[in-house]
Ligand binder design. Structure first.
Ligand code: CA
Length: 496
């Protein structure tokens, strides 16, 4: 505590010196620095999200062929969270869970939003959910989002409506990467009078205004994150920046120079994917340089993770985890993650207890000094103290995952060392996930009571779900009706 206070005083003093030296600031700006002490006691939060990044596809998680020097530098001088789960095994619901702090199933967002062109007015993550960005904005944070949104593309659901002061990116579920190529395709379709143009081709935007981007998209997003960091450094408030790279999500498109780094990788998809990850790594390195150059590095918590597991059919590697994006096997929703914050997050450390993306909301609220309203319905917990002292944050607490398929539902539940899962058409399995990270040895017959308890807990959780508000692809709407989804009775029948 004393150390933190000394640091705060130091940061405060340095800020005053810098402001005094700048000489060009007007009187009111100088006066506003009197609240800089508040800024130094509340961290900036830089949140870096990748899209479909495999568990094994970063150096800090043991990748043998993809190098990620900037990410590794941060991870190794921070703490790697080895048992980190997102709220869903694919994009839209995972992000909805992340930003609302609640399971997406509880507010009907268990499918991706349909493509922009198919969205009708009123479709977006329900406005009853207050986003983490809104909570931080209301508490005085300067907030920015860069990159992929995927949480509502119509007025009222735009990032600027959900707590982000600044947004640069695209509203759909992904994007092509080379402007010279996608703009040409886009303009051709416009000229041909095509009405429903694929949102992977549409121009990017800045706060609702169309922009004509010219850089490779990953580089463009890094550039805009740096712009935000520079802007934020001139403000008296702390900042929250959500950098949502669409890389390495398909389409697999990398710069030649980035692919050349991986000449040793023979498989072309893997080589392209590696180049895409490398571009993210380069960008994160540059954002960190900007934090240092603007004297904000010491007071910035950096969080890095993927929104769901990788696709081995598109160059990703989730080993040693079983399964892939979309699964309730670990490979679907256990993701690479680290925290970095000089002097506040332990360096060179690994935290192996389970954490959930649901925990960010209450944890960031705690760090920002925000008292959440009584009776809030958040599903995660403020993990900061337990994380900092290396203890489990959820002794006995459960982490759930559920994915609805064509006529049946996959589900899993983790509690401490144990995980029960029902995936595809397999029956319920039980694993000691601490000893058996690859989910190879089913221990259900040796531990029937444990399995029953976990399945019952998952069933109780399913009672909090509501009907999906939309479906993707749209034909699942009929399937849902015809096959009487979500088939909970069948799903939680332990003998099936
Ligand atoms: Ca994703």
């Amino acid at each position: 505590m004393i150390k933190k206070n000394i640091k705060n005083i130091l940061v405060f003093s340095i800020t005053i010196i810098l402001v005094a030296c700048s000489g060009v600031k007007n009187k009111s700006q100088q006066e506003s620095t009197t609240v800089t002490k508040g800024k130094s006691s509340r961290p900036n939060i830089l949140f870096v999200l990748c899209d479909d990044l495999g568990y094994a596809d970063v150096g800090f998680n043991g990748s043998k062929d993809i190098i990620t020097p900037s990410l590794d530098q941060l991870a190794n001088s921070g703490t790697v969270l080895t048992s980190a789960y997102v709220t869903h095994a694919f994009c839209g619901p995972s992000r909805a869970g992340l930003l609302t702090g609640r399971y997406p199933h509880s507010f009907g967002s268990q499918f991706n939003l349909p493509k922009n062109s198919e969205v009708t007015v009123g479709e977006g993550i329900p406005l009853s959910e207050k986003f983490m960005s809104k909570m931080l904005q209301e508490s005085g944070y300067y907030t920015g989002a860069v990159g992929k949104w995927h949480l509502g593309a119509v007025p009222g659901y735009h990032p600027n409506d959900r707590g982000f002061d600044d947004f640069y990116g695209f509203l759909g579920g992904g994007h092509e990467y080379f402007p010279s190529e996608f703009i040409a395709k886009y303009e051709k379709q416009v000229a041909n009078g095509v009405k429903n143009i694929w949102d992977y081709l549409t121009p990017l935007e800045h706060n609702g205004k169309e922009v004509r981007e010219t850089e490779y998209i990953t580089d463009a997003l890094s550039r805009e994150a740096i712009r935000f960091v520079n802007d934020a450094s001139k403000k008296e408030q702390p900042f929250f920046l959500y950098v949502s790279y669409n890389a390495p999500h398909t389409p697999l498109q990398a710069k030649e120079e980035d692919m050349k780094v991986f000449d040793n990788i023979k498989d072309k998809d893997r080589r392209t994917y590696a180049g895409m990850v490398y571009a993210v790594d380069r960008g994160v390195g540059e954002i960190v340089d900007a934090l240092k150059a603007t004297n904000q590095y010491e007071n910035t918590l950096i969080v890095f993770l993927s929104d769901n597991g990788g696709r081995p059919d598109k160059g990703a590697d989730n080993s040693p985890l079983k399964g892939r994006k979309g699964d309730t096997w670990e490979g679907g929703f256990r993701v690479p993650m680290f925290f970095h914050w000089p002097n506040q997050v332990k360096a060179g450390n690994r935290y192996n207890h389970p954490v959930s993306a649901l925990d960010f909301y209450p944890t960031f609220a705690g760090l920002a000094g925000v008292t959440l309203p009584e009776g809030n319905k958040l599903d995660g917990k403020d993990i900061w103290n337990d994380f900092s002292s290396g203890k489990t944050a959820r002794n006995g607490g459960m982490i759930f995952s559920m994915r609805h398929r064509n006529g049946f539902s996959d589900v899993s539940v983790r509690q401490d060392d144990w995980k029960a899962t029902k995936a595809y058409k397999f029956g319920w399995k039980l694993y000691n996930i601490t000893n058996d990270i690859g989910e190879e040895k089913d221990l259900s017959s040796q531990n029937p009571e444990k399995l029953k308890m976990l399945v019952n807990a998952a069933e109780a959780w399913s009672k909090t779900h509501t009907e999906p508000r939309w479906f993707d692809p749209e034909n699942l709407r009929e399937v849902w009706k015809d096959k009487e989804m979500a088939k909970f009775k069948e799903t939680f029948n332990i003998n099936k």
